[in-house]
Write a protein that binds this ligand. Structure first.
Ligand code: ADP
Ligand code: MG
Ligand code: MG
Length: 321
């Protein structure tokens, strides 16, 4: 009983247009939409929560701040990816990304002095994590060693959202669904109305029209994250300044890549600590590979054999193996 329907809704969450599609019986699909959007709102609320602000406020004092087990786990994974990518992915890049975000609104690159000042407030080696046992209860702590350090919420939020919505839908026993968080972060569960994997258009970052697709990728029980220099950028004196910053230089990464797309199965055990965090992993990997460039990026991906990666060069062409 209860034939399948396809329920779909669109809302603005996390500063982006999120479109959720659930295929199930009438009641389950409506509940899936409602709970899916609630999961996204929860991730957004957690990211804007007091814990990170409190941690930042104590930066440079040497004092530990208590954080939730969930934030501790997220930051631990971020630190693992920082190590693996030699700092190309750095969750403490906040001071730099804020500087470049302001530059984008003013359409004017920052001065070398401003870059140097922000750069001094960035470095994953200055983020420390700790646990303490007290009366048989485990407490989780973090501290930022340099004054002015900031956690980059934008580095994590889409990946956390993919994982949040995936676990919400799995708990509700939803098998076939699609979550599209502004086209750069997608979860595809099961199959579409035609009984086939969800079909995802890979945008040409140098395409003429917004809908210009370079390729179509099937997605079934997989997550996808994309990082591109066409998402948020400004042009100044003929140069493109985008939002993917190389934390080692302080400037937008310039490795000949225009876009990196990473897909992963919803569950894979390439890296044991990341079980249940494939959304976060794909999000961090797409950023890291973009910053590292094709060659170094492939070395990072060698430890994640389940990942499929599409690299698009600044000439708008697919880069082959
Ligand atoms: P989104 O996740 O919003 O779709 P990206 O995956 O391309 O976009 O990530 C871009 C965001 O990641 C930036 O807006 C910024 O907040 C953050 N970021 C930029 N450079 C880095 C970096 N090297 N390490 C970690 N985070 C970064
Ligand atoms: Mg992205
Ligand atoms: Mg991202």
């Amino acid at each position: 009983c209860g034939g399948n329907v396809t329920a779909e809704d669109t809302k603005i969450v996390m500063g982006t247009v999120a479109r959720l599609t659930v295929r199930a019986d009438e009641i389950t699909s409506q509940a899936g939409l409602r709970d899916g959007f609630a999961a996204l709102t929860q991730v957004e609320r957690d990211a804007d929560g007091a814990a990170i602000a409190d941690l930042e406020a104590a930066a440079g004092t040497g004092e530990w701040r208590e954080i939730s087990p969930a934030l501790y786990e997220t930051l631990t994974l971020a630190q693992e990816l920082a190590h693996r990518s030699n700092g190309a992915f750095d969750v403490t890049a906040g001071a730099l990304t804020e500087l470049w975000e302001r530059a984008r609104t003013e359409k004017l690159p920052p001065s070398p002095e401003e870059v140097a000042e922000a750069h001094a407030c960035v470095g994953y080696e200055f983020l420390e994590l700790n646990t303490v046992e007290e009366n048989g209860k485990k407490r989780y702590q973090a501290r930022l060693l340099r004054t002015g350090m900031k956690i980059d919420r934008g580095a994590l939020i889409k990946g956390l959202a993919l994982d949040g919505i995936r676990s919400t839908w799995q708990n509700a026993d939803i098998k076939n669904a699609l979550a599209d968080l502004g086209t750069s972060s997608i979860l595809g569960m099961g199959v579409n109305e035609a009984g086939e994997p969800w079909q995802i258009g890979i945008r040409n970052p140098r395409g003429e029209r917004a809908g210009d697709a370079l390729a179509v990728l099937p997605l079934s029980d997989e997550v996808l994250s994309a990082s591109g220099d066409d998402e948020r950028f400004f042009l100044y004196e003929g140069r493109r300044y985008h939002h993917l910053i190389d934390p080692r230089t302080g400037y937008p990464a310039d490795t000949g890549l225009a876009s990196v797309v990473v897909t992963l199965p919803m569950s894979a055990d390439d890296l044991p600590a990341w079980q249940g965090h494939m959304g976060l992993l794909s999000d961090m990997l797409s950023t890291a590979v973009f910053v590292l460039g094709a060659e170094e990026g492939r070395k990072l991906l060698a430890d994640v054999p389940s990942a499929l990666v599409i690299l698009i060069g600044t000439d708008g062409r697919l880069i082959g193996e």
